[in-house]
Design a protein around this ligand. Sequence first.
Ligand SMILES: [Zn+2]
Ligand SMILES: [Zn+2]
Length: 358
Amino acid sequence: MRAAVLNAYNEPLVIEELSSPDLGPGDVRVHIDASGVCHSDLTVQTGGVPMPPPVILGHEGAGTILQVGSDVSGLAVGDKVIASFIPACGTCWYCLRDQSNLCETANSLMFATRGVRSDGSPVFGMTGLGTFADEMVTSQTMVVKVNTDVPAEQLALIGCGVTTGVGAALNTARVEPGSTVAVIGCGGVGQAVIQGARIAGASRIFAIDPVEMKRKTAEQLGATDLIDPGAGDPTAQVQEATGGRGADYAFEVIGLPETILQAFFTARRGGTVCIVGMPRIDAQVTFPAFPLFADEKRMLGCFYGSAQVRRDFPRFVSLIETGRLDVAAMVSRHIHLEDVNDAFRAMQAGEVIRSVIV
Ligand SMILES: [Zn+2]
Ligand SMILES: [Zn+2]
């Protein structure tokens, strides 16, 4: 199989011919039908979150089961699946408490071999996946079967961006009908937060992003107010539009200390701040202590949209099927595996919401 391998941080990915590792009893082999190129792939490529090279990148994919291990149940050859970048083992302490997004088996799968070079040396797969490839061997706990005719390019995005963003609005923050929502950062995940807020019935959704194309897409997907942070303080603009109070919910969807702080100030007193963007592992953020106390804002971390993937992937598929969730509008470009480095460039240049490898 071909796979896009990161051999050293900050270097372009290299398309290599690898063998699939032997299929363990609990593993499945999946043909990758589509894989989104997510900002977190770039964060790994630049060493912002350490995943030791050589590693096959890609963690947002959909595919078709080619082979199942001897202990696999509930999955069969030909099934359509969406990859989950966090396993849902179903039996650990967190999985038993409806927090499968914090599944205890995630760390052990992080360093599983997902490709083998001709000299026999192993290559990891990002987060236990590695979807920038023709096919992928992974644990049965990292795929969710779906029965749908939704195209693979859209199903792939459910694997990360859609679930993280829609889940942030519906699961983590639980946006209420009629509320006001500010979304800082309108990439793929931010667009999904906007859609989640729209689905939840928010009355006003402020889309904050310096890139005009992203603001326009946000408008198409449900944002009511478009704010260019280059044209004035976004917090002041949100406050002005909300009787001086600020938004009921402020979502940070970039992962930078300064925008996390901005989200804190953009939420009203008693409002909710939801941290969705993935920061670099060494980033620090400092809050003023008195408002942290006196303004009584709920500060919510949001990992993978608090998603219970076996419940939520089919839920989001249904929302796409009935036209409530527009994932087609989030797919900016279809590319081939060998174009992945250019997709990183396009992402950094703000040219795309999502490039999808098909
Ligand atoms: Zn991602
Ligand atoms: Zn678990």
